[in-house]
Design a protein around this ligand. Sequence first.
Ligand SMILES: NC(=O)c1ccc[n+]([C@@H]2O[C@H](COP(=O)([O-])OP(=O)(O)OC[C@H]3O[C@@H](n4cnc5c(N)ncnc54)[C@H](O)[C@@H]3O)[C@@H](O)[C@H]2O)c1
Length: 288
Amino acid sequence: MKFSTIGVIGAGTMGVSVTADLLLHDMDVVLIDVSEDRLKEARAEIIKTLRFAPMLAKHVKAVSEVTVLERVTFSTHLDDVRNCEFIVENVTEEWTIKEHVYKALDLICDSDICFGMNTSCTSITQAGSVVSRPERIVGVHFMNPVFLKPTVEVIRGFHTSNETLQALETLLRQMGKESIVVNDYPGFVSNRISHLFMNEAAYVVQDQVANPQQIDAIFKKCYGHTMGPLETADLIGLDTVMRSIDVLYESYHDSKFRCCPLLRKMVLAGNLGRKSGKGFYDYAHQAN
Ligand SMILES: NC(=O)c1ccc[n+]([C@@H]2O[C@H](COP(=O)([O-])OP(=O)(O)OC[C@H]3O[C@@H](n4cnc5c(N)ncnc54)[C@H](O)[C@@H]3O)[C@@H](O)[C@H]2O)c1
């Protein structure tokens, strides 16, 4: 089996990144968002990603602007994914929003179509509870930028079937990726651990123990990480990080997941990281 048309729901940071990588691997995409403006921005961001990708990774081929225009259907109508062979959902990390999308997808798509949930922390089993096909929902935790990441954390929900895992593995193989399959608890492996780092790093800034540059430098130069926790938070988007920590707190009722007030204040002030031009760092003068 080979996939040729994928439905991507949500054209934000991850929807753009996933779409660009699907195009790099010769698949067509139907990209859905609620906002026309966002879709216009997404189109420009996909073109930009494809333009820079071959410079950043040797294995990546050049894909022209014409390809984007021909191979992606940009739409605000969820119905347009009805003929897609697999769905990758990347909407905002808020359960009420995701719940609405899954209930609608369940009515639109044929009963044999699988839904890959790209979420930071939300339980895959929870999404399965609102559809008639819980065995066809699987977590696919892509990381940004998707074309640079060879491995994907895959999450098996309570009802996820082996056939669904196989379908996702086929898609990921077509994208040149491997998977690591883990079980379903909010945050899975990656974000249950990494969001504690990012949240605590925000507390360290709030408590004036150190500034963001110093904190990230300690992680990079002492621990040998490629990126520090605050650079990572800025790349993900501070709004997404905040919502994910809130999901972890609501899920586990454990105070270790309480969101840092400084992080929440930055989000309320519109400092969302790279995507808004300012977060823990200032990106106003940088080419993204
Ligand atoms: N940012 C990351 O690095 C990252 C990494 C892995 C997973 N995720 C997860 O991926 C998902 C998306 O994250 P993001 O960073 O792209 O968020 P984002 O805020 O950048 O984008 C979300 C998009 O969803 C759209 N949207 C909202 N409601 C919708 C609906 N009903 N139908 C269609 N589109 C809708 C919004 O308009 C927005 O464009 C989240 O669940 C997040 O936790 C994010």
